[in-house]
Design a binder for this molecule. Structure first.
Ligand code: ADP
Length: 262
C-alpha cells in the first residue's frame, strides 16, 4: 500500500502542533496512474514518426514536387518511419495479448533447446552485421517445459537481439539453456558496456531506455524487456538481470518444468 503523508505545522509561539495526515494511494490509484502514463508514452512514441511522415508528405506535395532525387530520399525515410510505427503497434498488441492471458499459465510442451536453436539461426545475419559471435550451449536431449511456443520464441529473440544490439561490436554473445531441479534456465550473456546499477530495477518498465537515441537507431521500441518480463511471469518463472558496467550483462530467465509447476 502507498501512502502520501502531509505534514503541517499549526500555530506558533509556545503552543504549537504538527498535523500529520495520511492519504491512502490505494493500489487501484497506482494502477490507474500507470495506465495514464502508459497511454501518454505510447501516444508520444507514435506521434513522433507520424509527424515526420506527414511533414515529408507535405514537402513532396509542395516544394519537392518535381525533385526526382529528393523524392527517392524522402520516400525511403517515410518507409522507415512507417516501419517504426508498425513495430511499435505490433509490440503494443503483443504486450496486451500476453497481459490478457496472464491468469492462464500455458501448458503445451515446448522444447526450450529447440527454441534457442531457431532463434540463433534467425539472428545469424544481424550478428554478422555487428561481427558478433553467437555461441549456444544446450542439453543434448530436448528440454520440455509447459509453455507457449510463440511467446518463448519472442522471449529468446528479444534477449538475444538486445545482446547483439547493445553488446560489443565484434564481441561474443553466449546463450545457455540448461535443465535444473524442477526448472529450466535460459542465460544470455554479452560482453558489451553493461548496465549501471541505477538502471537495473527499471529496465523492464515499458518505454524505459538507457539511451533513447541509441535504442531508436537500433530499431528498438522500448517495449522488448517489458514483453520479456510478462512472458516470464505468465510462465510462472522469474527474470534476473546482472551486470557490472564495463563487463557486459547477463539476462537469466528461470522457467518451471512440468513436475514442479504450482
Ligand atoms: P529497446 O526497444 O529500446 O531495445 P528493451 O525493452 O528491449 O527496449 O530494452 C530497454 C533498454 O535496456 C534498451 O534501450 C537498452 O538501453 C537497455 N538494454 C537492453 N539490453 C541490454 C544489454 N544487453 N546491454 C546493455 N543495455 C541493454
Amino acid at each position: 500500500r502507498a501512502f502520501r503523508i502531509h505534514i503541517a505545522a499549526l500555530g506558533g509561539g509556545p503552543r504549537y502542533a504538527t498535523l500529520l495526515t495520511f492519504q491512502d494511494l490505494s493500489e487501484q490509484r497506482v494502477i490507474e496512474r500507470m495506465r495514464v502514463d502508459f497511454v501518454a508514452n505510447a501516444s508520444h512514441e507514435l506521434r513522433t514518426p507520424l509527424a515526420s511522415l506527414l511533414g515529408f508528405v507535405e514537402t513532396l506535395q509542395g516544394p519537392a514536387r518535381n525533385d526526382e532525387r529528393a523524392r527517392e530520399r524522402f520516400l525511403a525515410i517515410m518507409r522507415e518511419q512507417g516501419l517504426r510505427m508498425a513495430r511499435l503497434v505490433d509490440d503494443l498488441l503483443s504486450l496486451s495479448r500476453i497481459e490478457q492471458r496472464a491468469h492462464v499459465a500455458p501448458d503445451t510442451p515446448v522444447d526450450l533447446a529447440g527454441i534457442a536453436r531457431e532463434i540463433v539461426d534467425s539472428l545469424t545475419l544481424l550478428a554478422r552485421e555487428r561481427q558478433v559471435t553467437l555461441t549456444l550451449v544446450t542439453p543434448r536431449e530436448p528440454l520440455q517445459i509447459p509453455g507457449d511456443r510463440d511467446e518463448l520464441l519472442r522471449l529468446m529473440e528479444n534477449l538475444v537481439e538486445n545482446a547483439i544490439k547493445y553488446g560489443k561490436q565484434g564481441g561474443e554473445v553466449a546463450i545457455t539453456v540448461a535443465a535444473g531441479e524442477g526448472e529450466a534456465s535460459v542465460h544470455v550473456r554479452d560482453d558489451g558496456p553493461g548496465i549501471a546499477p541505477e538502471h537495473l530495477p527499471r529496465l523492464t518498465e515499458r518505454f524505459y531506455r538507457i539511451d533513447t537515441a541509441a535504442s531508436r537507431e537500433a530499431g528498438g521500441t522500448g517495449l522488448g524487456l517489458a514483453i520479456v518480463k510478462h512472458i516470464v511471469l505468465r510462465h510462472r518463472g522469474r527474470l534476473t538481470i546482472e551486470s557490472k558496467p564495463g563487463e557486459g550483462a547477463t539476462f537469466k530467465a528461470i522457467l518451471p518444468r512440468f513436475e514442479s509447476r504450482p
